[in-house]
Design a protein around this ligand. Sequence first.
Ligand code: FAD
Length: 383
Amino acid sequence: DNTDKPIVILGSGLAGYNLAKEFRKLDSETPLLIITHDDGRQYSKPMLSAGFTKDKTAAALALANAGDMATQLKASIRTKATVTGIDTEAHTLQLGDETLAYSKLILAVGAKTHKAPLEGDGTDQVYSINDLEDYDRFRQAAIGKQRVAIVGAGLIGCEFANDLRNGGYEVDVIAPSQTVLPSMLPETPAKVVQAGLEEIGVRFHLGALAHRVVKQDDGVKLCLSNGEEIETDLVISAVGLTPNVELASKAGLAHQKGISVDRLLQTSVPDVYALGDCAEVDGLVLLYVLPLMSSARALAKTLTGTPTEVQYGAMPVVVKTPACPTVIAAPADQNGEWQIEGEGQDLSCLFKDAEGQLKGFVLTGAKVVDKLALSKALPPLLT
Ligand code: FAD
C-alpha cells in the first residue's frame, strides 16, 4: 500500500517546482516531498544570462527561499541533499544513510554542463553557469574585474556575451565553429547575430579551440589552437549541456540522450516519471522552459488520476541578444530549404519542405515581430 508514502520530486529547478505547483492546484492533501541537491531557492534560470544587464545579484534573482516554497506548496523540502540510489522495486530512494519511501517518484534532475577541455594552472578561473549558486560564484569573482573570455558561441555563450558587454566588461568569445549558434542558425542569420554583437564590442575568435589557460600576474592568458593568446580575467565555459541520466541509469531505467519517457512522462519503470532538462520525451530532448511547463501541467493531471499525454506545440526560442534580437524555431529535420529575405539586421528566414509547408524559421532584428503569426503556421512538435 502506497497511500501514506509521499510523492517525491527530485529537483527544485523550474521543472520540479512547476510540477509541484501544478500538482497542488489539483490535490492539496497528498504528502509531497521535494529533495534537492542545491539550496532550494526558486529562481528563473533564463534570468542568469540577463543578470548583468539588469544588474542583479544572485540574491536579487532569488524569488523565494526553500522555507517559503515549502509553505507555498504545502510540501516538505530537503535541501543540500543528493539522492544517490533508487530501488524501484521497493519504491525507496537512498539519501546518504537514509532510506526514504515514495509512492511515486518524479525525476526533475536537470542537465549538467560540459567542461571545456582546458589545461593549465589557470583553470580555477574557469566558470560554468548553470544554476543560481554558479551565478553567485561568478558574480563575486567578477567584482572589480574588466575582462571575460567565453568559450563557446552557442545560445548560452552568445547570451552571456551580450549580457556582460551590457554590464561593461570586455568580452572575447572563442569557438571552433565558423559561425555563431552553429547548431541552430544557418550562415546568413548567424553572420547578422555576430555582427550585432560585434557592433556592441564583443570580439569573436571563431574557427579556433581554446586549449590552455595560464595564470598571469594580472588575470589569465587563454591559448588558442591558432596560436592566438587572449589576456583576460575570467573565463566562462559555455560548451553545452547533457541531461543528468546517471541516477536513472544506475537504477536500471531506460535512457538515451535523456531519461526515456513516453508521452505520459513515465519512465521504463512503473511509478517513476521524468520531466525537464533530464528527460527525453518520446525521443525529444528540449532544454527549454516551455516544454517543461507543458510537461508539468500534463504530469500533474496524470499523478492525480487523469492520465494525460503531454503535447508540445511549436516552441520558438527567443535568444536573449538584444544587440540583435533573434527568434529560432528549429526545423525537426533537414528535409527542406531555407528561404531568406530582408535587409541588414532584419531577416526573415523560412525553412520549407518540398510541398511548401513551413517547418522552421529564424527571425532577426525588426522581423522578430512575426514570431506569433509564423508559429501558428508551424506543425506542433508533439501532438
Ligand atoms: P535544473 O534547473 O537544472 O534543476 C535540476 C534540479 O535537480 C536542481 O534543483 C538540482 O539541485 C537537482 N538535482 C540534480 N541531481 C540531483 C540528485 N541526485 N539529488 C537531488 N537533487 C538533484 N530556456 C528557455 O526556454 N528560454 C531561455 O531564455 C533560457 N535561457 C537560459 C539561460 C541560461 C544561462 C541557462 C543555463 C539556461 C537557459 N534556458 C532557457 C534553459 C532553461 O533554463 C532550462 O531548460 C530549465 O531551467 C531546466 O529546468 P530543470 O528544472 O529541468 O533543471
